[in-house]
Design a protein around this ligand. Structure first.
Ligand SMILES: CC(C)(COP(=O)(O)OP(=O)(O)OC[C@H]1O[C@@H](n2cnc3c(N)ncnc32)[C@H](O)[C@@H]1OP(=O)(O)O)[C@@H](O)C(=O)NCCC(=O)NCCS
Length: 298
């Protein structure tokens, strides 16, 4: 019988062993294991004192719970332990009286999808996933646009409310149900999150026209940027596309160029930038657990 308990520092070798057999040895868990043990929310599942599974719950912001990194060691998969770990993790999350419980997975991950659906999660949003190892190259449509950096400027806090209105009126905001993508994690877009991105100098706008480009640091490769948001008036779109290409080329030091798009418009702009759809993962699916509050509102 397996049981779940909070991870301790001495569990690290057992945790890393499981991660080493996940996805042909490429797993992001080793990047975060120390920080997760410190902050809490990382659980291990033991069977006869052997670590056979892990999972992580993160409070993104005041009850916005995010579940990730569920793993069962390769030799024990398919025995029902993944479902048990996930069930227990969900029960622990529910006991925190959360505002939301969400997670994401790839459309090709059948085992993960089976667990998620059996637990009662509901599909919340679907994103196309774009990932390149090389900087995106200009399509012929954008090659003629000069790189004039002075046409696009960093947005200051004084413009935060305009930018917020721009985001919330966008097709992408509506199609994604107000989610901000961040390397397989999806947050609720809030004015506070926008303020933080502005502070980090990741939000840009064209001068004299309406538009917005927002980058976010890649969680798995801190020297890489993801394109979090792009939208603009027709006359400025080529300039925005060119700006993103230049930023990727000049500022990304670890070769990962990624973006997620729920709506047709953002997908089209990402293609114009030259980012390629991931070869295997056609959709990143975000699920939400239905919570019912005393007010009667979900
Ligand atoms: C996802 C994972 C945790 C599931 O753990 P598990 O112990 O193998 O799963 P279980 O034995 O509890 O099976 C749960 C469900 O998945 C189904 N399933 C298990 N392996 C499967 C597979 N390879 N293909 C399709 N379905 C599968 C089971 O039939 C079961 O479905 P049911 O409840 O409808 O009968 C495990 O496969 C794993 O560690 N995968 C690698 C890491 C990963 O992808 N994590 C999730 C994304 S972050």
């Amino acid at each position: 019988m397996i049981s779940l308990r909070p991870a301790r520092h001495e569990d690290k070798p057992g945790i890393l062993k499981i991660a080493s057999s996940t996805w042909e040895g490429w797993d992001y868990v080793p990047l975060f294991v120390d920080a997760w043990i410190e902050e809490g929310g990382l659980y291990v599942a033991e069977n006869d004192a052997e670590i056979v599974g892990i999972t992580k719950t993160t409070d993104l912001d005041q009850g916005e719970l995010w579940l990730e990194a569920i793993r069962v060691s390769e030799e024990h998969r398919g025995k029902g332990w993944g479902f048990r770990i996930a069930r227990e993790q969900l029960d622990l999350a529910l006991a925190e009286n959360p505002v939301s419980i969400r997670l994401s997975t790839a459309d090709v991950n059948s085992a993960s999808l089976a667990v998620i659906r059996r637990l009662g999660f509901i599909l919340y949003a679907e994103f196309s996933y774009f990932l390149s190892d090389e900087p995106p190259v200009s399509s012929s449509a954008t090659q003629s646009v000069p790189t004039n950096k002075y046409d696009i400027v960093s947005v200051g806090q004084d413009k935060a409310s305009n930018a917020w209105e721009y985001i919330t009126n966008s097709e992408e905001y509506k199609t994604s149900h107000g989610l901000l993508p961040h390397t397989w994690k999806f947050y609720d877009w809030t004015p506070e999150r926008l303020t933080e991105l502005i502070e980090r100098g990741l939000v840009y706008e064209p001068v004299g026209s309406h538009g917005l480009v927002i980058f976010i640091q890649n969680r798995y490769a801190p020297g890489s940027l993801e394109l979090a948001f792009i939208e603009g008036e027709e006359n400025v779109l080529d300039l925005l596309v060119h700006f993103v290409q230049g930023k990727f080329r000049e500022e990304v030091t670890e070769g990962k160029f990624a973006a997620y798009a729920a709506g047709a418009r953002k997908k089209g702009l990402i293609r114009r930038i030259g980012l390629k759809p991931h070869p295997r993962v056609k959709k990143v699916m975000v699920f939400d657990y239905p919570l019912f509050h005393p007010t009667g509102k979900p």
